[in-house]
Design a binder for this molecule. Structure first.
Ligand code: XMP
Length: 317
């Protein structure tokens, strides 16, 4: 019988006891787990917690600015690092999904290492690892762009020589959300859909260019905002759009077009291990499809993914 208040009280005391006056660095992702971990640590050790939030250029539209703003409003000591150009530069020309993931993981570590070098006397690395991550530390698709899946890489970066603290490692997701609510984190932030570490890179099939990222951000934003305004966002476990590496013929006025196809995906799930596609209302799909085709230059066709997991996966790559 889990009581969030008691957990917070105990873990804060434990963290203070363990960390004392040491400095701690933590990588924020904008997701629920790293945010709750940061707020807990902030409660325990205040200004000695240094958070780093990296923009890999593959986040949702305006996500970096919006989330950074929210973090500052929560009193976190957070540095936003815009490394978009570096990530997109390193990803240029890469088509293979695993190579994309590995490249993003490597660049993330490089950026994080550079940043933690600038902090003096840091002794601890904090992570938002939760219990299911402990059990299944490497996903079926291979290591994600998190720090934890990389400790067998030779020649450890400096920050990885730090002692690790993981305040949420005994909790399940719903318990993390309840702890977050007790800590006063907004329901909007706590109810966010999961989003993969490699971000939009694994939803752009084939090679990644800044133009493709821009198109997908626009499409994704129309879809997600639409789900919210139609009261559907909280009924869906995860949703997003995929940019396909094919063009299709269309007409606009008297002109023939030959433009990109996007797929929309929305699933119901409890843990991501299995998932069913959501029966979104036809009216909603019609509205969203029209809005995407009318507003996003370069897209002339929208399809809806009606595959469940297994045998399909949630992401297309
Ligand atoms: P799949 O596609 O395997 O996705 O059905 C299951 C859940 O995991 C997320 N996912 C990832 N998350 N790094 C992550 O941090 C990854 O490389 C990765 N691949 C998939 C996916 O978004 C879904 O929530």
């Amino acid at each position: 019988n889990f009581t969030p208040n008691a957990f917070v009280e105990e873990i804060v005391a434990e963290l203070q006891e363990k960390i004392k006056n040491d400095k701690v660095v933590l990588g924020l992702s904008g997701g629920v787990d790293s945010t709750v971990a940061a707020v807990l640590l902030n409660k325990a050790i205040g200004e000695n917690l240094y958070c780093i939030f990296v923009n890999n250029g593959l986040l949702r539209k305006n996500e970096f600015e919006n989330v950074l703003e929210q973090y500052k409003g929560m009193g976190l000591n957070v540095k936003g690092v815009d490394a978009s150009a570096r990530f997109l530069g390193e990803l240029a020309g890469i088509e293979d999904p695993e190579t994309k993931r590995k490249t993003i993981g490597r660049v993330f570590i490089e950026v994080f290492d550079d940043e933690s070098h600038q902090l003096e006397d840091v002794k601890w690395l904090a992570q938002g690892t939760i219990y299911p991550d402990v059990i299944e530390s490497v996903s079926v698709k291979g290591p994600s762009a998190t720090i934890k899946s990389h400790h067998n890489v030779g020649g450890l970066p400096d920050f990885m020589k730090l002692k690790v603290v993981e305040p949420l490692r005994m909790l399940f997701k719903d318990e993390v959300r309840r702890v977050g609510a007790t800590l006063g984190i907004s329901p909007e932030l706590l109810g966010r859909h999961p989003f993969p570490g490699p971000g939009l890179s694994i939803r752009i099939l084939g090679d990644i260019t800044p133009e493709k990222v821009r198109i997908l951000q626009e499409v994704d934003s129309i879809f997600i905002e639409g789900l919210k305004s139609h009261g559907l966002y909280d009924k869906v476990w995860q949703a997003g759009a995929i940019l396909l590496p094919v063009n299709s013929v269309g007409v606009m006025g008297d002109e023939r077009t030959y433009e990109k196809v996007v797929a929309l995906r929305a699933v119901e799930s409890t843990d991501g291990m299995t998932a069913d596609w959501v029966h979104l209302p036809y009216e909603f799909l019609m509205t969203i499809s029209n809005e995407i085709i009318n507003k996003v230059k370069g897209v002339n066709r929208v399809v809806y993914d009606i595959s469940s997991k297994p045998p399909a996966t949630i992401e297309w790559e």
